[in-house]
Ligand binder design. Sequence first.
Ligand code: PMV
Length: 360
Amino acid sequence: MIEKDFIPEMAGTLPETGTVSWQAPSNIALVKYWGKRPGQLPTNPSVSFTLDTSATRTTLKYRSVPAPSQVPVFRIYLDGVAAPHFAAKISTFFERICVYQPFLGAYEFEIRTENTFPHSSGIASSASGMAALSLCLMDLERAIYPDMIGEFFKKKASFLARLGSGSAARSIEGGLVEWGNHASVPGSSDLYGIPYPFEVHPVFSSFQDTILLVDKGEKQVSSTVGHGLMQGHPFANSRFEQARQHLDGLQPILREGDLPAFISLVESEALSLHAMMMSSNPYFVLMKPGTLEIINRIWEYRKDTGTPVCFTLDAGANVHLLYPEENKEAVGAFVSEELLSFCQDGQYLQDHVGPGALRL
Ligand code: PMV
C-alpha cells in the first residue's frame, strides 16, 4: 500500500458521540531502528518482539463539535490526572495525521490513558501509548466507514502510530513484527509494521523478557535527538547495511531456533545501537555502570551454565534479558542473586512475547 491509500476518499456518516478503549503492548527490537527520514520513515528495517504485560490502556471519548476546526480540541489524563505535559506531543501527532483522518477536526476528544508498568520506570511508553491512541482513532474511523476490513484497520493503525513514534508502528500486531521496506521481506513497508512473514520456531513464541530497571530517570538525550544524529554520522551507511544484513541473518535463526546465533546477533545489535550514540557528534552514552556490570554477569553466567540467555538494550540504561520459557526458573534465580543489586530500588519487570493489541 502507498501513502495515498490511507487518505479516505468517500464521505461517511459521522457519529455524534462515542467511547472506545484499546490496550496496546510495548515492544522490544531485536534489529534496531535508529535513524529516520522526514515523515517518520526509517533509514533501516527493524524487527521486534511484541511484549505482553507492559502495555498502555487508552479510552477515547469523542463528541462532535458544531464548528469543526483544523486540528481537534482534546484533553488528556494519565492515571486519572490531567496531563498537560503530553499535550504538545499529542497536538503534533494530530497535526500529522489530520490529512489521513480529515474528520478529526469535527470532534473534541477526551483521552484517558494508563500504563500497566510504573511510570518513571524508564520504560518508554511512547510506542504502546501512540499505538493505543491510534487504535482508538481507527475505531472511530471504522464507525464512519463500517465496511472497513480488519487487515486495513491494523495496517492503518500502525501507519498512524508510526507518525506519533516510529517504533509504535510495531506495537499493534503480536509475536514478531517487521517494519521498514526490505527487498527480501515480502509485504514490508516503511509506512507500517507487518507480522513477521516467515516461519518461526516455537521456542520464540513464549520467549521471556526480564526488564532490569537500571536507571529510572529521564534520559539525557531523547530518541528524537538520537535519530537526528544519524544524519551525517560517519558510520551511518555501514550501520544501515549491518541492520539489513542482521534482518536477513535472523531468518534462518528464527526458523531453526538457533539460540547461539540468535544470542550473538541480538547482542551485536544492542551494542551497535549504543556504539552509534557514542560515535555521534555530539557523542553521548546512555549506558550506566550497572548496565555494563549486568552485561558482564550475563556473559559469565552463560559461559558457566550454558543457559541461552542474552541481553538487548533500547535507547537507555535498562537491560532486557531475553531467554526461552523453559529457562525461566534458572534465570529468575540468577536475576535475584546476581543482577537485582544493579537495578534502581531492586526493580524489574517480568514480561514475555504477547499476542498484540486488544480492544477492551
Ligand atoms: O520510536 P522511537 O523514536 O522512540 O525510537 C526507538 C528506538 C529504539 O528503541 C532504540 C530502537 C527500536 O527499534 O525500538
